[in-house]
Design a protein around this ligand. Structure first.
Ligand code: EPS
Length: 386
């Protein structure tokens, strides 16, 4: 089966679960490999009270033995510690007394269309699954993908370059992304980070929330992941879909992104120069992707996140139990989750790259994949086998 994953679990239910399939046998994998990113996802200035309750860690339920994958699905469990406080409202078994339904859909959330689509009269049935809590399970899947890619020298990082009106140059954020973990907003510049934090404070005091922009960089990808042959195989399309699937993401761009549209061709292509052992590039304006394939330059994906839709300054809605005008439902929420979205998007990028990597080099076991990879990089002169 090709590499990929499915998740299950509700935000205040007992746990999140992820099943990662298509993982080759013989990959070294321990809980620590995955838990590091789970902790990075939980950080970020502007998070609400929930992250103080949770300490996300995985428990392997299948697919790993004595620190190595078996080629069977890797199943991981992440418990929701908050479930203890929600047992009555979220128990899988019928409760003694049904909780009062929530009927005030929030503009911008999945609430209204979700209730219409699934014939619910309680929007908790929608919000529990549409909540970004689900992304913890995605990050666990991303941890497996990152571990696989790291065996071949692929490193994935991210940096935030906008929170609300406070911005930093995207190119500089991408260059210094390795410093982003030191910042509470994942911006590599300490002074801009402080301004971003002040921006978040101001929004919170106004009972509002903020979005922003971030960039994910994958270095060390060999050329030729993805393909130009069929539209479904084009890697930029697959990466865009994966990043767009992260809650509240409204736009994705590569390299110089939408700015490319305003320039002349000669100003935007990455010229090919003779290199030591293989052709080199004079620039990376296209973000490491040409013709739906990696070209050996760092893959640079940026995304715009809209502000979170659960806000204290509740917006106008309709009470679905009466049809009367009302104010939207308000529950504890984050005031900014852009730093978390950057980490989640690293995971989604890793999953797509791992899938494309295994398409190119085989998928059964690490020994055969390594042999295919070594042969390929030798043939195209893209450096020494790792
Ligand atoms: C979310 C609402 C908040 C966030 C949550 C996403 O949860 P709660 O309602 O429990 O306070 O903290 O994100 C997470 C729980 C998480 O782990 O990222 C929402 O409505 O989407």
């Amino acid at each position: 089966m090709r590499f990929g994953f499915s998740t299950a679990g509700e935000s205040h239910g007992p746990a999140g679960v992820v099943l990662v399939h298509g993982v080759p046998a013989g990959l070294g994998l321990v809980a620590r490999d995955v838990n590091r990113d789970l902790a990075r996802r939980q950080r970020g200035y502007g998070r609400g009270g929930r992250q103080k309750i949770e300490k996300d860690e995985v428990e392997f339920l299948g697919g790993v033995r004595h620190g190595y994958t078996l080629g069977s699905p890797v199943a991981m469990l992440i418990r929701n510690d908050d479930y203890a406080n929600w047992r009555d409202r979220m128990s899988p078994e019928p409760p003694q007394e049904a909780p009062k339904p929530i009927t005030l859909p929030r503009p911008g959330h999945a609430d209204l269309a979700g209730m219409q689509k699934y014939a619910f009269d309680d929007l908790r049935n929608v919000l529990e699954r549409s909540s970004a809590r689900e992304t913890a399970a995605r990050v666990a899947a991303g941890g497996v993908a990152k571990k696989l890619l790291a065996e071949f020298g692929v490193r994935i990082e991210s940096a935030v370059y906008r929170i609300g009106a406070v911005a930093y140059p995207k190119e500089r954020a991408a260059l210094d992304a390795q410093k982003a973990d030191e910042s509470e907003v994942r911006c590599p510049d300490p002074e801009i980070s402080e301004r971003m934090k002040a921006e978040i404070d101001a929004a919170r005091h106004a009972r509002d929330a903020l979005g922003g922009e971030f960039v994910v960089i994958a270095e060390g990808c060999p050329p030729g992941l993805g393909s130009y042959v069929d539209w479904r195989d084009k890697l930029d399309a697959r990466l865009a879909a994966a990043v767009m699937s992260v809650n509240a993401i409204k736009g994705v761009e590569f390299g110089m992104g939408f700015e490319l549209a305003a320039r002349r061709s000669s100003e935007v292509q990455d010229e090919i120069l003779p290199g030591e052992d293989h052709p080199a590039r004079a620039s990376n304006r296209l973000g490491g992707l040409e013709g739906g394939m990696t070209n050996g330059e760092p893959v640079v994906v940026a995304a715009a996140m809209k502000p979170i839709s659960t806000i204290a300054k509740a917006l106008r809605t309709v009470d679905l139990s009466t049809g009367e005008p009302a104010r939207a439902f308000k529950e504890r929420a984050d005031s900014c989750a852009v730093p978390a979205a950057a980490v989640i998007s690293e995971s989604m990028v890793a999953v797509v790259l791992a899938e494309a990597f295994l398409e190119k080099f085989g998928a059964d076991n690490m020994t055969d994949i390594r042999a295919a990879y070594d042969h390929y990089v030798r043939r195209i002169g893209a450096g020494e086998p790792r």
